[in-house]
Ligand binder design. Sequence first.
Ligand SMILES: NC(=O)c1ccc[n+]([C@@H]2O[C@H](COP(=O)([O-])OP(=O)(O)OC[C@H]3O[C@@H](n4cnc5c(N)ncnc54)[C@H](O)[C@@H]3O)[C@@H](O)[C@H]2O)c1
Length: 336
Amino acid sequence: MNFAIIGCGFIAKKHAQAIQNIEGANLIAVCDRVPELMEPYVNEYSAKPYTDLAEMLKDETIDIVCICTPSGTHAVIAEQAANAGKHIVLEKPIAMTLEETDRIIKATKENDVKLGIVHPNRFRPVAMKLKEILNQNQLGKISHALCIINWNRGQEYYDQAVWRGTKEYDGGVLMNQAIHNLDLLLWYMGNPVEVFSMEATRLRNIEAEDVSMGVIRFESGALATVQASTTVYPKNFEESITIFGEKGTVKIGGQNALNFEHLIIEGIDEETSGKWIGDIKADPWGTPGHEQIIKDMISAINENRQPAVTGEDGRNALSLVLSFYESAKINKPVKR
Ligand SMILES: NC(=O)c1ccc[n+]([C@@H]2O[C@H](COP(=O)([O-])OP(=O)(O)OC[C@H]3O[C@@H](n4cnc5c(N)ncnc54)[C@H](O)[C@@H]3O)[C@@H](O)[C@H]2O)c1
């Protein structure tokens, strides 16, 4: 499979590394508005550089494009790529609005190309194990959950590029960072039917929120609270999800949610839970999420199935973020 990367900034490096790690995958082209940013890819991967996306998309040997541009540009670029017949690995958030999202999904369906969204946290060993526990109904009826992302992104992070922290191209902590955790929460808890949230811009000089707190009611009747911030001094403090069920309490956490911090389940003895904890501690990251997402896209094409994280999944995570924004704006709960 031949790949092209669109947008050669921070996250593009992970895509290139992932492509290199996968047998039979080749990075053959890159596109950015800034020619110098493409130089490492030309030198290290012999990728062909383009400043003109339309020109690059004419290359019929490109099978898959990885879209790594600012979030507010995803829709226009993804539609263009789909119309050129390319399969798409699209960075999160899928887009900034549901209208943009629906345009992307429509274009990929009309052109019969695959669309996979980069929510790599689903592939963390601890996240997959918790999903397995929930799928097997080991926690019984779920009472509630707690989702925390208290991180640090200093002013210098936002000042790196003009799009960061803007409502049109990036959003704040919810849209950029916590969307990964909200995606996991949806994966674990199902469909959200009501959201009540408050937000603030406390310490960073940005247009969007740097702190957000909210409560979600799920279709099942379970509740969850979410606390998200990029204002923590002086570094990332905690990323975690705790699920409280009638037969078990499980917390995945740490500075990044990579390990079990609490694992007590009725009928699971300490030896077994200790083994689960130990196995994950031995290799908490596992195969990098970006590599798994890209590998999965190749399999999805070969097997003609949906990718593991679909456009609909990306839409659901975005839609939840937008409900938080709406609730904070009108200062009332939002039904969904
Ligand atoms: N999945 C993750 O873990 C993760 C992590 C970081 C960023 N991201 C996402 O990746 C995207 C990019 O983030 P980043 O941190 O790499 O940003 P960045 O600013 O470092 O890089 C963006 C690049 O896109 C280029 N670009 C802008 N408009 C373009 C266009 N129309 N055509 C071609 N190139 C264009 C810019 O010149 C820049 O080099 C964002 O949507 C972000 O949310 C995801």
